[in-house]
Design a binder for this molecule. Sequence first.
Ligand code: C5P
Length: 240
Amino acid sequence: MNMTNNSNTNDPKIIVALDYADAASALNLVNQLDPALCRLKVGKELFTAVGPQFIEELTGANFGVFLDLKFHDIPNTVAKACSAASNLGVWMLNVHASGGLEMMQAARQAVDNSDIKPLLIAVTVLTSMNQAGLNQIGIQTDLATHVLNLAKLTQQAGLDGVVCSALEATTLRSQLGNDFCLVTPGIRPAHASQDDQSRVVTPADALKNGSSYLVIGRPITQATHPLKALEAIHAECIHI
Ligand code: C5P
């Protein structure tokens, strides 16, 4: 599979971030969306509040689910968490690359041994982290170099890709090849509010930069008509 292929209904490029505190609020949005046009991202807040049954409810409604729990622990524990997540039938899950090569390899093996094999990606450096924050935890390497090093380690461990800024996608795509999946948040259509994101990229530019999938929250979840907002962004993606 060429991860840089553009949008089509079989492999929607938009992942809507379900940043909600409870199932009712999340379902109110989900019921307005179309699984042919998007997948859904469930993170720590919603998952901790509503649990695994909710994931099965989403997959039962034909939505691909990115379970964004960013596992980071000893290899054995991460492997078991990845097996459990795979058994929920999710489409994608993730770990922290800074857990190291052995941890990521254990995650890879666990997913490969599962009946359902989700895409397995890693977070390199959280975008909330800056150079000073890296230095504080003892990493003196330049931030961009550290992101690239962790992305290369992720590829060496056999994972399918990384979460990264769409601004980093051009470099990572050229360094890591076309089959490596780049999942990029911080996306804003040209007309939309930036909210609290400081470095944003339009959906079209993110795809041109080499993004494989776009994580989009508030431009869809806070829209007056979420489905219309999704359809408009989807239309922008398929014309790239
Ligand atoms: O509403 P918005 O489009 O900004 O939501 C983006 C989603 O992507 C949120 O769930 C946010 O936590 C997540 N995210 C991000 N930046 C990262 C990693 C994840 O915005 N570096």
